[in-house]
Ligand binder design. Structure first.
Ligand SMILES: [Fe+2]
Ligand SMILES: [Fe+2]
Length: 186
């Protein structure tokens, strides 16, 4: 009797997980549809980003952010939308700024996003603060912290997977910026 009970219980959990996954996929695609229809946004698929395309990076960050924020019962629509716009810039738009690219691209992404899409306060904060602590703009909402964290996790994964030789350098730059900003906040 116990064995059957355990089986049924596990079976229920698997069905619920599959349903959650199915609903999540449909919901995510519905949110993403608005962005991928935009001609400038489509160009992100041709932009190099961490050894992969920017659209691929953005989708990784947005899917992770969607899952975490939905699980935590936060505003997952704004979290996903903000994540989908967080790196909305073309490499040509920042060409003159090479070394400062890390710091200025959130503003460029916000400028582009606000030109083509309706943005609420949470989404604006997500875009502008996603590079904290490299930049000084600290996330103001839980949703912004989620995207900030997802972006770091995905970036480390992508550097490890696609650009192994730069991973060490990125870790050093990131650590120096972190130390630098922590001292400014103390
Ligand atoms: Fe970024
Ligand atoms: Fe990013």
């Amino acid at each position: 009797m116990d064995i059957n009970f355990t089986f049924d219980k596990n079976h229920d959990i698997i069905i619920k997980l599959l349903l959650w996954q199915e609903v999540s996929n449909m919901e995510y695609k519905k949110i993403y549809k608005e962005f991928i229809k935009n001609n400038k946004y489509k160009k992100l698929s041709k932009e190099n980003h961490h050894g992969t395309s920017r659209i691929e990076h953005i989708n990784r960050v947005a899917k992770m952010s969607y899952g975490i924020s939905k699980f935590l019962k936060l505003d997952y629509i704004s979290t996903t939308r903000g994540a989908l716009m967080h790196d909305f810039f073309l490499n040509d738009e920042l060409d003159n700024l090479n070394a400062k690219r890390f710091k200025v691209h959130p503003e460029k992404a916000y400028e582009n996003a606000s030109k083509y899409f309706e943005i609420n306060d949470t989404e604006k904060d997500i875009i502008l603060s996603h590079m904290f602590p490299v930049t000084h703009k600290m996330p103001q909402y839980k949703e912004s912290h989620i995207v900030n964290l997802a972006d770091k996790v995905v970036s480390v994964y992508e550097f490890g997977r696609y650009q192994v030789k730069y991973t060490g350098a990125l870790a050093i730059v990131f650590t120096l910026e972190l130390v630098n900003n922590v001292f400014k906040f103390i």
